[in-house]
Design a protein around this ligand. Structure first.
Ligand SMILES: Cc1ncc(COP(=O)(O)O)c(C=O)c1O
Length: 378
């Protein structure tokens, strides 16, 4: 892949993805021909902007098989979870259940919500690199108000059986939340099939722009929640002392939204739906693993498009820097999952994460560079 005139192998897709021309064009075209604020005027340009924003919502809804009004636009997966952690009301004695393999985005908002309310945060432990579902059955009880778990771990590459966790949550009357930041970009995720109450994801991890993401929520559940932020667009009526709320999803979208980002997100949703191929991506990862298996310690499982590892006697930051100098873009560190890394006893993990535009030749090149780097550094 040529980026800024340089030949680069970009394998940091779990962090963010490169953008296809159709997404870039959609944003530029929007600015050139439809730029106005949404929902607030009768003139043609504003009608076009409003229509573009609504179309983007339908495209994102289609990607996860939801109804259009069940998609709330947020700033990303992190803000979607923050919204829920503020809008779902907890009380002392309530329990929130997450897992040991969560991204900080699905831990810290709940820590804060528990501190505010007197609720308790509980963790489903791991069995090897997978969730211990037998332990989950004991941890999820009548006290549980929320079960919030990641679909695909951004560190371990493990695909979790979230449907089973949704069922466990439903059986005790708890809300189920799926952090789908790493699954929606890569595979068919159908909210009706999963049966979850909420599902969160980000545009930038699926070929779309940064600064926008989505919260899917069952309409009747979203209708029961309080707004997250207050101001324009989210209201129905305002008097000097009180206000009433707009209908869902607008109730959760205070202020001028990221209109052009939504347009790009919508086009990206269509783009990935037509092209994603989880088995091809997994094949690339397995091909790479086959070439470096003897020299690395795999951290996780080869379920998805992610390969994480450490190497004995090699500093992973040094190896990532070496790969960077060779034009191979990987990520290293705790990957915003410090409790997980701590529990596994690893400080820094190197992660290769592929997407639809990566090739087998690139995997060969990455393997060669890893072999060279390890030889030089150990
Ligand atoms: C599993 C997971 N959840 C949540 C997030 C947060 O996403 P964002 O930074 O787009 O809000 C990430 C980002 O890496 C992630 O991998």
């Amino acid at each position: 892949m040529i980026i800024a005139g340089e030949n680069i192998v970009y394998v940091d897709n779990a962090s963010t993805t490169q953008k296809p021309q159709c997404v870039i064009n959609a944003i530029v075209d929007h600015y050139k021909g439809s730029n106005a604020n949404v929902h607030r005027a009768g003139y043609e340009l504003a009608n076009r902007a409003t229509l573009a924003y609504a179309t983007a919502r339908s495209r994102v809804a289609e990607l996860v098989n939801s109804d259009v009004n069940e998609i709330v636009f947020t700033r990303g997966c992190t803000e979607s979870i923050n919204l829920l952690s503020r809008s779902i009301k907890l009380k002392p004695g309530d329990e929130v259940v997450v897992s040991m393999m969560e991204h900080h985005a699905n831990i810290v908002p709940w820590q804060e919500a528990c501190k505010r309310s007197g609720a308790t945060l509980k963790f489903i432990p791991l069995n090897g690199y997978r969730l211990d579902l037998e332990a989950a059955k004991k941890i999820i009880t009548k006290k549980t108000k929320i079960v919030s778990v990641v679909h695909i771990s951004n560190v371990l590459g493990v695909i979790n059986d979230v449907k089973q966790l949704v069922d466990l949550a439903r059986n005790v009357g708890a809300y189920s939340i799926i952090d789908a930041a790493q699954s929606v970009p890569h595979m068919n995720v159908d909210v009706k099939d999963l049966g979850c109450d909420f599902l969160t994801f980000s545009s930038h991890k699926m070929c779309g722009p940064t600064g926008i993401g989505a919260l899917y929520g069952k309409l009747h559940v979203l209708e029961t929640l309080d707004p997250f932020q207050y101001g324009g667009d989210m209201i129905d009526t305002v008097t000097c002392q009180d206000s009433t709320w707009n209908r869902v999803p607008h109730k959760f979208e205070a202020g001028t939204p990221a209109i052009e980002a939504a347009v790009g997100f919508g086009v990206a949703a269509q783009y990935v739906k037509e092209r994603y191929d989880p088995s091809r991506e997994n094949g690339l990862i397995k091909h790479l693993y086959g070439q470096i298996e003897a020299m690395i310690n795999l951290v996780g499982e080869l379920d998805s498009s992610i390969l994480s590892f450490t190497v004995d006697n090699v500093n992973m930051y040094d190896l990532a820097t070496y790969l960077g100098l060779k034009g191979v873009c990987v990520r290293v560190g705790h990957h915003c999952a410090m409790p997980l890394c701590e529990s596994l006893g690893v400080k820094a993990v190197l992660r290769v994460s592929v997407y639809m535009n990566n090739t087998i030749e690139e995997m060969d090149h990455v393997a060669d560079c890893i072999r060279e780097g390890v030889k030089k550094l150990c």
